[in-house]
Design a protein around this ligand. Sequence first.
Ligand code: ZN
Ligand code: ZN
Length: 141
Amino acid sequence: MTDKPFATGRCLCGKVSYSIASKPLRMAQCHCDYCQRSSGTGHMSLAFFLKDDVTIEGETSSYTTDADSGDEVTRHFCTECGSRLFGTNNVLTNIIGVSVGCIDDNSWFKPGAIVYNKRKPVWDFMDESLPTFETMPPPPK
Ligand SMILES: [Zn+2]
Ligand SMILES: [Zn+2]
């Protein structure tokens, strides 16, 4: 290890930790039902990286559902403390979505979009200057 990683992170108990080699490809705030239920809050703040750039240490368990797109989305949790750490997709296999709240220094986070705005709870206030989509916009090419 010579290069300093772009970011490091861990779950609440520390059993799972990770390092991320380079900058995110995309960042978003998601209000979908799955993000609300799995996080227990009004939205999730997500940063998407190349999967090959993320090195994970420690065991996770996972839960998979269908997404509106028809893809399968799998959420990965710490087996001990339950922190929701990552999301993966069975179609976009080279991408991993990282829960920004588990990243040690996440001051660089600048969401490019708010998605699933139609599910946004009235009490969850967001930056209205951001591009806002009622569902999931098509992925950038
Ligand atoms: Zn943990
Ligand atoms: Zn979501």
